[in-house]
Design a protein around this ligand. Structure first.
Ligand SMILES: C[S@@+](CC[C@H](N)C(=O)[O-])C[C@H]1O[C@@H](n2cnc3c(N)ncnc32)[C@H](O)[C@@H]1O
Length: 311
């Protein structure tokens, strides 16, 4: 099976990407080469009704519906709780409409947080194991790692895992940490671009859209240990990950993204935007429930049963 997986990946990598199913209805955040590899890898298990395609992160359905359209015999599931990139709360409706217009009855939405979905995944997949897992949901370090680990009991013996947005250091670090601690899984393919498409010129971004978008890692279950160990590149210096400790224990840790935005704008002389973001930080601050919090070294033990705490 690993040889067949390699052939699909190399065929997609070495030629102009060709998608087995496309529709002008399908727009979203993904690259054409990435979609072609998802479709091709899913086709490897299309005869096995016991297996399914599963993705974390549906958005408006570009990848889920593209894979379902190319593999009508395969049950395809997508987990999304529509918590991000959905300010108008329209994404679920858009996904449902697209699915209906394209007549893709084999595409199924699991409208849950991914951790809740993995609590009893078989109830959703009707007992099917995962042939291909595509991870494209929340990209923070913990979610990346948990997406891999929570899926493990449901992965079939020849499972393939495709991780989108692997350009990010913290995504590469989560994949490396998973591979180091689960040697039965091997990295079989990786590809990156010089930066995230949002930081590219229009021409570069268009090339990324035809390619792997924002970097990809492909991991396989190598139970016979035939592949050499290989890891995504990471840094020895782990300061960004260690900084999590200060975010988690700060009085206002929830504001850390906004606080970093304000500081960056101030230090680069963009005063008006800095002031606007400072005001937004203040509004977010007023929403927080800060009762009983210390300036730092917060433990949040007040949320723990008091019987566990000694005075
Ligand atoms: C980048 S988008 C996915 C793009 C999509 N694969 C496509 O084809 O366009 C990421 C999605 O992950 C979802 N998401 C974020 N956190 C989540 C969570 N905790 N559980 C489930 N879905 C989540 C967001 O709602 C968003 O729709």
């Amino acid at each position: 099976m690993i040889e067949r997986i390699k052939v699909v990946i190399q065929t997609v990598e070495n030629a102009n990407p060709v998608c087995a199913f496309e529709s002008p209805l399908l727009t979203g955040y993904s690259g054409k080469r990435l979609i072609a590899v998802l479709q091709g890898l899913t086709s490897l298990f299309r005869e096995n009704q016991q297996l399914c395609y599963l993705e974390i992160g549906v958005f408006q359905g570009l990848t889920l519906l593209s894979v379902a359209g190319a593999n009508p015999e395969v049950a395809c599931f997508g987990i999304d709780n529509f918590q991000t990139y959905d300010p108008e709360k329209q994404n679920m409706r858009i996904f449902m409409e697209r699915r209906q217009k394209l007549g893709l009855d084999n595409a199924h939405l699991i409208n849950l947080d991914y951790e809740d979905a993995f609590e009893n995944l078989y109830a959703h997949t009707k007992g099917r194991k995962i042939g291909l897992l595509f991870i494209d949901g929340p990209h923070d370090y913990r979610s990346q790692l948990m997406g891999l680990m929570l899926a493990m009991p449901y992965l079939s013996e020849n499972a393939v895992i495709v991780v989108d947005d692997s350009n990010y250091l913290h995504v590469r670090q989560a994949n490396t940490d998973f591979l180091m601690t689960h040697p039965e899984y091997k990295l079989i393919f990786q590809s990156y671009t010089p930066c995230h498409p949002v930081n590219m010129t229009a021409e570069q971004a268009e090339r990324a859209r035809q390619d792997w978008w924002n970097g990809v890692n492909i991991i396989v279950r190598d139970k016979d240990n035939v592949l050499p160990s290989m890891y995504p590149p990471t840094r020895r210096n782990r300061i960004l990950f260690e900084n999590d400790h200060f975010t988690h224990s700060s009085r206002i840790g929830e504001l850390s993204p906004r606080a970093l935005t304000v500081l960056n704008l101030l230090f680069t002389g963009r005063w008006m935007r800095a002031v606007k973001n400072l005001y937004m930080a203040y509004k977010e601050y007023k929403q927080l429930c800060l009762k009983n919090r210390f300036d730092d070294a917060n433990t949040f033990l007040e949320e723990v049963p008091q019987s566990l705490i000694k005075c």
